[in-house]
Design a binder for this molecule. Structure first.
Ligand code: GLC
Length: 466
């Protein structure tokens, strides 16, 4: 009897919700269904982020309004002068496709509150600027025409909406006079907030998300950004209400983890390490979880004219490979200029990525970390395609003539360089030879590489597994 009780208790414990928040009745997807919903995204691996808004005019960070504590009145000049006369999303979409991106995520509204589409719920939108036209519809059409999936970034934070409660990061948060660096005057802030009603702001967000998720066809990713409890969190956004609405409107959509619902298994789909490379595939309760790292070309997300910390093409290719080698997606950002162009530094990086991905996409799409039995050779990164059973060795530092693969003997049937499909011969030492050798064992395999490094950013060796 005691035994049965123990067993029942054990079963109950193992099936009970490990998350702090109860799962609401509308969220009843199984783990297998979730995996299926996310399958295209997991395969795609590489998305283009686009941060574009009024901040592309000052061209000194998308947080410029906060950084410089600019009042709404002073910030207005960017709205009045917003006129991206050279905007041609077909051009962006072609470059994105050529660079190897499989989906795009565009800021429909950033923290500044300016809306790139023709929303009914505010005048603070592209159609009321000198440009006068909706920016989102032509972008969605252009990227779809190039075969990319569409994602929307939507800022939970809004420094323009009159009901959005002031807090420490709000550009108009009152400060203690004479204090430097800035210190919030919490009494003045509380007083000002008496007139602000977050309930109304919640409704505004719902209205806008309804527009975005109704008027532009299928939207594949939603990037809500971001929570900072205790100042602003799930209660302030009504996160549960938002997620419920979003899933009702677009049941297949994939949602990031920034609505402050990380302790649920229904309020987010993937983790979002920002400008950060995890050491290994991130886990939660012992299980690997989907993740997408968002990264910039130069540090800021919006166009920043005078930023000189641009990553090289090599760094970007390695970043993409490393992300896939750890089971993640890379969302790489471009910040277009106020004229509506990708600037020449961005174009240069995109062209470099295009050169590499056009030859090496097989080691990225549909790939994941190598099975643990395959040791990572020196100075290399591995990815693996479980469907085709091919293993990809990305050689970061080209060695002299041989690459030693520990314990690979008997596991492969063919090897080639991926950039030109040229055969790579390999050999193993006999037991006797290896007992005399200081470098390799009888189970190792030695690839015979050309002395000259293939002229690509990161050479890749494709191994056909047995
Ligand atoms: C941050 C920043 C923001 C950027 C975003 C991208 O939350 O506030 O400027 O849009 O990350 O992940």
């Amino acid at each position: 009897m005691k035994q049965t009780l123990k067993l029942v208790l054990l079963i109950l414990l193992s099936t009970s919700n490990i998350y702090a928040q109860e799962r609401p009745s509308w969220a009843k997807e199984t783990a297998a269904q979730k995996e299926q919903r996310m399958a295209w995204w997991t395969d795609a691996r590489f998305g283009m982020f686009i941060h574009w808004g009024l901040y592309s005019l000052p061209a000194r960070h998308e947080w410029v309004q906060h950084n410089e504590r600019t009042s709404a009145a002073d910030y207005r000049k960017y709205f009045e002068n917003f006129n991206p006369d050279l905007y041609n999303p077909k051009d962006w979409a072609r470059k994105a496709r050529e660079a190897g991106f499989k989906y795009v995520v565009i800021t429909t509204k950033h923290h500044e509150g300016f809306c790139l589409w023709d929303t009914k719920y505010t005048d603070y939108k592209a159609t009321n600027t000198p440009y006068g036209k909706d920016l989102i519809k032509p972008l969605v059409d252009a990227f779809r025409a190039e075969g990319l999936r569409i994602g929307f970034y939507y800022s939970l934070i809004d420094w323009h909406h009159p009901d959005f409660a002031l807090d420490q990061i709000h550009p108009e948060c009152p400060g203690i006079p004479g204090k430097y660096p800035f210190e919030a005057d919490t009494t003045a802030m509380a007083k000002a907030n008496e007139k602000r009603d977050m309930k109304k702001y919640q409704q505004y967000m719902k209205n806008q998300l309804t527009e975005l998720l109704t008027n532009y066809g299928q939207i594949d990713e939603l990037f809500l950004d971001f929570s900072y409890p205790p100042e602003k969190g799930r209660k302030d956004w009504d996160s549960e209400g938002l997620i419920k609405l979003v899933r009702q409107l677009q049941p297949q959509i994939i949602i990031d983890d920034r609505a402050d619902l990380k302790d649920t298994d229904w309020g987010w789909d993937f983790k979002t390490p920002e400008q950060f490379m995890p050491q290994t595939w991130p886990e939660l309760n012992g299980k690997r979880i989907p993740w997408e790292t968002c990264q910039t070309f130069s540090g800021s997300w919006g166009y920043y004219r005078d930023e000189y910390s641009w990553k090289s093409v090599h760094q970007l290719v390695v970043m993409l490979v490393e992300t896939v080698s750890k089971g993640g997606n890379l969302l790489l950002n471009v910040g277009p200029t106020a004229r509506g162009l990708f600037d020449e530094r961005a174009d240069d990086r995109l062209a470099g990525l295009a050169r590499w991905t056009s030859l090496h996409s097989r080691s990225i799409y549909g790939c994941t970390p190598a099975p643990p039995e395959f040791q990572v050779p020196q100075n290399c990164l591995l990815t693996y395609n479980p469907t085709t059973k091919r293993l990809y060795i990305h050689v970061l530092e080209w060695p002299f003539k041989s690459l030693h693969l520990k314990g690979y003997k008997g596991k492969i049937k063919y090897a080639q360089l991926l950039n030109d499909g040229s055969e790579i011969r390999y050999w193993t030492e006999t037991e006797e030879e290896s007992s005399m050798s200081e470098t390799s064992g009888a189970n190792d395999l030695i690839l015979s590489l050309p002395v000259e490094r293939p002229n690509v950013e990161v050479p890749v060796i494709e191994l056909f597994l047995n």
